[in-house]
Design a protein around this ligand. Sequence first.
Ligand SMILES: Cc1cc2nc3c(=O)[nH]c(=O)nc-3n(C[C@H](O)[C@H](O)[C@H](O)COP(=O)(O)OP(=O)(O)OC[C@H]3O[C@@H](n4cnc5c(N)ncnc54)[C@H](O)[C@@H]3O)c2cc1C
Length: 366
Amino acid sequence: MRLVLVGGGHAHLIVLEALAKRREAALDVTLVTPSRWQYYSGMLPGWIMGRYDNGDCRVDVRPLASQAGVRLILDRVAAMDADRNLLCLGDGSHLEYDLLSLDTGSETNVEWLASLSERLLTVKPIEQFCELWRKVFNQLAALRSSRIVVVGGGAAGAELSIAVKTALSAADGECSVTLVTGNSGLLSGHNPMVQRHMQSALEAAGITILHERAAGVEDGVLLPGGELVKADFVIAATGARPSAFLARSRLGLSDNGFVAVDSFHRSVSHHNVFAAGDVSARLDNATTRSGVHAVRAGPILAHNLIAAAKDRPLRPYRARQRSLYLLVSGPDKAILSWGGLGAVGRWAWCWKDRIDRNFIKRFRQG
Ligand SMILES: Cc1cc2nc3c(=O)[nH]c(=O)nc-3n(C[C@H](O)[C@H](O)[C@H](O)COP(=O)(O)OP(=O)(O)OC[C@H]3O[C@@H](n4cnc5c(N)ncnc54)[C@H](O)[C@@H]3O)c2cc1C
């Protein structure tokens, strides 16, 4: 049976790990993903601040695939027809499957910011962001004074504001960072204690916070009252939108265009298609788009793909009621968010650092 894994995301790293532990002779497995490197988003703020180098925060999928006996195609899926079990790749070739698993993450929603063109940096795809950030950082560091606007009031927007401000302040010269959160404010998915800790951290770092919705214009962002916030670069951390290839895939989609799945992470329209991580939308029990869920769904996805191939019972993924988040709030400082609890300190950074490094180590060979 031909199983195709699309995307080297968090859940698929765990599927590769499971296949390496137990080879399934009946499965002929192919992984299609554009890059051999899978970046770990949780370490991106630390990487920007110079706490990590490239090797610390990315996984090489090549040895993982080889250990699992999985054929690796470095390309992206450009289109798919779920009625015909067919994928069309970026190079124009076609790939057929019997069983398909999607873990392609999401894209950054830049609906309101597109007119910024070259001044716009989107946080996803992360590998592209990392490449661009190096160049942008050098350009900004060469200026006597630089202006950055970060758009997005979620954890990524707040963490990136702090990381960028820390990195640019360490280079000589002045820099101003403005965080535009949109109408839902700062960290709307977290409890008020965490929101207050993050607000204090942003203020302490000298970041201007605007709880308004920004629209991109040629030289910055425009606020609803007509005020222009000029920027050398605007970083978009504006939430997730689905990949374009899904719209015409014939898969059943959620209202906002992600792959609609049941509790087994199986497509509600095509039972030979599974999806996990940001690309999926649970219809029975909505979960937030986060690495935590992509990772936790991984072992269930691995089980269900093998079970589906052998016509055995599937297992549901039950998301925990509360998830632990550790948010970067400064150089060597982080905020703990867990249900109604919030706390801040260096200990939280050390905890986060250990979790993140262990995640990468888990998938490092040798
Ligand atoms: C700055 C930042 C910090 C974050 N911190 C945290 C955190 O601390 N904790 C947390 O839980 N979440 C965090 N998140 C959210 C987290 O990044 C995502 O929820 C998580 O990456 C989703 O994992 P995934 O497996 O769905 O997809 P991803 O990790 O995005 O992986 C998707 C993979 O699919 C590949 N791909 C994409 N399109 C195609 C295609 N068409 N064909 C083939 N392959 C494709 C990509 O190259 C990539 O390899 C953070 C996000 C950001 C931006």
